[in-house]
Design a protein around this ligand. Sequence first.
Ligand code: DX5
Ligand code: ZN
Length: 218
Amino acid sequence: AYTAKVGPSILSSDLSQLGRECERMMECGADYLHLDVMDGHFVPNITFGHPMVECLRRCIGPDPFFDMHMMVSRPEQWVKPMAAAGANQYTFHLEATTNPGNLIKEIRESGMKVGLAIKPGTTVEELAPWAGQIDMALVMTVEPGFGGQKFMEDMMPKVSWLRSQFPSLDIEVDGGVGPDSIHRCAEAGANMIVSGSAVVSSDDPRSVIALLKNAVIE
Ligand code: DX5
Ligand code: ZN
């Protein structure tokens, strides 16, 4: 009931060439782009905000789907700026808000799809009440903040449970996902695959993207 999609995370790419890097990923068969926004507060790292997204949108054209992974303490604050900048999906962290219902509504009203993310320490039962109102659930498979960390296999029961309860929900995995861990994710029922370092630092990103995608379709 769902499709397999691969969204490279450009966090580990040459950030001085971000537009070019995003184009390269799309040329290599990426289905969407996963853009990691960090505020130095929700996570101990800083990346970029909506001005960068606006420039990227202008550079890359209207088609590529931008999945904004908002690792920020006040997700309410960036909904309108991100929509105006050309974001397509706004994925916020359940841990970062006291009123997910209102935020979901605001994201929809601004014309974006809604993603809801949980950190490794957050249970899937906490996400479940919102699952019927969102487009995508993001199960983090590392502590958010940095690319290149080790995949946490013990997050897979969250994915399996969500898949069993919500057969048509998009379920994304993010963190340490690559050729070595994709089969765990696919078995559990993830269908939106974020991969950073495994894709970006490969000599042959096209093959890695194809491998990840085919693992999920099988
Ligand atoms: C981590 C980010 C991820 C990360 C993925 O906080 O949310 O998107 O960049 O990179 P890899 O695949 O290298 O773990
Ligand atoms: Zn991410």
